[in-house]
Write a new protein. Structure first.
Length: 272
């Protein structure tokens, strides 16, 4: 029979908009976009493509607004979103806990020195007139005093930020992805992510190929088409050249934070 007048064409989209069961909460320039793009290949995962910034900037809009942004899922599927700034937002752990204490959290971390340079490189591409990396890094370079108020430096103090999360969530609910291994062994890292989410290991070696131009792995085919899929132009930028002495000073600065982070999470990321 003909559909009633005024009804929408095509079949009704199945599924329901649900609040996320897993959130990629950090960190900026760690590899969060790669994790999201890789995990959404899985048939049991639906992910929001944009960053909703609900738990940091848009919390006043309420949970129903947040839910309305989500993709529709079947009962067998998990909804995932990513907003890397959550990890360094003081209120985010409590707010996420208040939404659901069972939320699974994914944190993609990478060597904080490399991460800071990558962060600066991204900012520089948008604001070419900003001060030098060295100028922003130190309050007093000759004394080796690092400026921890600069966000690019502060984000990499992972142990400090993690404390806020551990007040609300047990370590068993937080999974740490190595940004370095995501490049050298994407299937291995994504295998662990799938285990953490409690879904079958569907994403394997056969999904990836290494793109030499960009210097990181790409998906052989995306969720929506049979074509290979690499991350956008902004990913894989050539980093700004930094004085090796500055890098050494930053390594010294981050070392105690890294050690504390390794001890807390029970995992050595070998950034030394």
């Amino acid at each position: 029979p003909a559909p009633p007048a005024g009804s929408a064409p095509g079949p009704a989209r199945p599924g329901t908009k649900r609040l996320p069961r897993a959130i990629v909460v950090g960190v900026k320039k760690g590899g969060t976009r790669a994790v999201l793009e890789f995990i959404r290949v899985h048939p049991d995962v639906r992910a929001l493509g944009t960053e909703p910034h609900f738990f940091d900037r848009n919390y006043h809009r309420g949970l129903e607004w947040y839910r309305s942004l989500m993709p529709r899922t079947l009962d067998s599927q998990i909804t995932v979103e990513k907003t890397p700034s959550y990890f360094v937002t003081k209120e985010a752990p409590r707010r996420i806990f208040n939404m659901s204490r069972d939320t699974k959290l994914i944190v993609v971390v990478r060597n904080p020195v490399t991460r800071a340079i990558s962060d600066y490189t991204q900012t520089l591409s948008k604001k070419p007139d900003i001060p030098t990396f060295e100028g922003l890094t130190f309050r007093n370079r000759s004394l080796g005093l690092v400026d921890t108020s600069w966000n690019a430096i502060r984000i990499g103090m992972y142990a400090v930020h993690l404390e806020s999360w551990l007040q609300y969530f047990p370590l068993s609910q937080i999974h740490f992805v190595s940004g370095e291994k995501l490049i050298t062994d994407p299937a291995g890292e994504m295998g662990k992510v799938q285990d953490f989410l409690g879904i079958k290991r569907v994403i394997t070696d056969k999904h990836f190929y290494f793109n030499k131009t960009k210097g990181f792995p790409c998906l052989k085919k995306s969720e929506s088409s049979g074509l290979p899929r690499c991350l956008g132009k902004s990913k894989g930028r050539t980093h700004v050249q930094i004085d090796p002495e500055v890098i050494e000073q930053l390594r010294d600065f981050y070392r105690p934070y890294n050690i504390k982070f390794y001890e807390t999470v029970g995992q050595d990321f070998r950034w030394e």
